[in-house]
Design a protein around this ligand. Structure first.
Ligand code: UDP
Length: 476
């Protein structure tokens, strides 16, 4: 029997940079093309390997789905591998994830047994990946799940970068513990990429750090324009609206072909969505730090009765996200909290889980929901960046989001409402009410939000940063 490698490779369709030109204008496009040429020259003969732990669900997968396509379009050999791990491994890495955000997570320890569970998965993946690496290739390891590959892949001859998409501005005993766990694994890295300067721990040499904020792709199924008819058809096809869908629910796939929303979301609700009423929406993984339950509680106490506004809490089907063991528990808790609400509040609130089988179809569902929303919420208790914020802002939505992590780089004054204390449910409810009561203010913020995302978060700047980093690494 042939033994299957523990990792798998994700195929990403090639995307031409030229697609960005009409959006970003001549000057930015010329700068991008210039950087692309320099990067291509610097990386001649090398492959850039991205390694992470899931192909779907969450911001890293979302970003790689499109970023890899643009880099291929530049003519750079880039590949994306997804490591496999045991349930014990993912509960250790989820613990590290929570602790890097300053909270204990499941409260378990990070001792010798956890180190062994972590190491054995890294060893198996390193053994399988290393033979593919050629000297001078560049390996970008994403997040704590892959940090343990740094030393073996460096030993295989690669230049190794670790890109950390998470972090916290404040350090405490939990962050210290997680960093102590990871630090020995990261000693071999040639460079580090963080989303924000505030996330860099003191022991990382700053001359090896690049600060690169993430980005969205305006043309991906997640963010592409949808006509009102398309939006309606997608919402109907996924089971959000009453009655049968009229016409096929189409969108454009990443490879340019026509996609069809054929699967349904699992909807927990009492009755169909009232398409004519305002919709408040939070889309996120079922993770305690996203505080879906807090969104529900804050909405439930203040909003029902005000113009018929409804709330949708939307996340992935929990069985479909391999590296997130908290998903089941958080979703169950949300369903229990929803069931315990008074009937009048429950009627205004729905929970949805979206099938993740087809990443493009899933993205089209999220796109239709975000475009249908009146207010997009991201009430995270901690956040690396929060792509869902940029996604909502790009769709010209008024955003209500916590002033944590990378969200504060996105929601600058005049582009949305920031919550200074994400646990203050009263302030959250008031923020929703103030936007639902003043639709013209919501429109004004939304228009500014879209402009702000266009300036800094639509991909060209991200690619420019990456290119400059590759040039530096490969400088003679
Ligand atoms: N997302 C999705 N389907 C879902 C839930 C989330 O496609 O059911 C996407 C969401 O649109 C965003 C990403 O997952 O693109 C989440 O990224 P973010 O940076 O907001 O948070 P993370 O999950 O990385 O903590």
């Amino acid at each position: 029997m042939v033994k299957r490698p523990p990792f798998h490779e994700v195929d990403v369709p090639v995307v031409e940079l030229a697609r960005l030109q009409p959006l970003i204008g001549e000057d930015r496009y010329a700068a991008l093309v210039g950087e692309a040429a320099r990067t291509r020259a610097a990386l001649r003969g090398c492959t850039v390997w991205n390694v992470n732990s899931t192909a779907k669900g969450g911001g890293v997968a979302e970003m790689l789905q499109v970023l890899v396509g643009y880099i291929l379009g530049v003519g750079v050999a880039v590949r994306w591998l997804v490591i496999a791990g045991s349930p014990e491994f993912f509960s250790v890495t989820k613990r590290i994830h929570n602790r890097l955000h300053g909270v204990p997570g499941d409260g378990g320890v990070l001792d010798a047994a956890e180190a062994a569970a972590y190491q054995s998965v890294q060893t198996a993946n390193a053994r399988a990946i290393a033979p593919h690496i050629r000297p001078a290739d560049v390996v970008i390891l994403h997040d704590p799940q892959t940090a343990g590959l740094a030393a073996p892949l460096k030993a295989a001859g690669a230049v190794v970068l670790w890109r950390c998409h998470i972090g916290s501005e404040a350090q405490n005993d939990w962050t210290e513990e997680a960093w102590s766990f990871l630090r020995p694994h990261l000693a071999a890295c040639d460079g580090f990429v963080f989303t924000r300067r505030e996330f860099v721990p003191a022991w990382v040499p700053m001359d090896r750090v690049s600060i690169i904020p993430p980005s969205i792709d305006p043309f991906s199924p997640k963010n592409q324009e949808l006509s009102e008819v398309q939006r309606h058809q997608i919402l109907a096809a996924m089971g959000m609206l009453d009655g049968k869908a009229t016409g096929a629910a189409t969108f454009t796939r990443r490879d340019g072909s026509v996609g069809l929303v054929a699967r349904r979301a699992t909807v927990i609700a009492e009755g169909p969505l009232d398409a004519a009423s305002p919709l408040v929406l939070q889309v996120s993984r079922w993770d305690h730090l996203k505080d879906m339950a807090g969104v529900m509680a804050g909405f439930a106490t203040l909003v029902p009765g005000r113009g018929g506004a409804q709330l949708a809490l939307v996340g992935p089907a929990v069985d479909d996200v391999s590296d997130d063991p908290e998903g089941h528990e958080v979703l169950e808790q949300c369903i229990a909290a929803w069931s315990a609400l008074p009937a009048r509040q429950r009627r205004q609130i729905r929970l949805l889980t979206l099938p993740m089988v087809d990443a493009d179809e899933n993205a089209a569902m999220v796109n239709a929901l975000q475009r249908h929303a009146t207010v997009v919420v991201q009430k995270s208790l901690a956040e690396g960046f929060g792509l869902t914020v940029a996604e909502g802002m790009w769709k010209a939505k008024a955003v209500v989001a916590s002033a944590v992590g990378g969200i504060v780089d996105q929601v600058v004054p005049g582009t949305g409402v920031l919550l200074d204390d994400p646990r203050d449910l009263d302030a959250f409810g008031q923020a929703l009410v103030s936007l639902l009561d003043r639709p013209e203010e919501a429109l004004r913020l939304g228009a500014n939000a879209r402009r702000h995302v266009l300036e800094g978060f639509v991909g060209d700047e991200h690619l420019m940063h990456y290119g400059a980093l590759m040039e530096r690494l490969k400088a003679p």
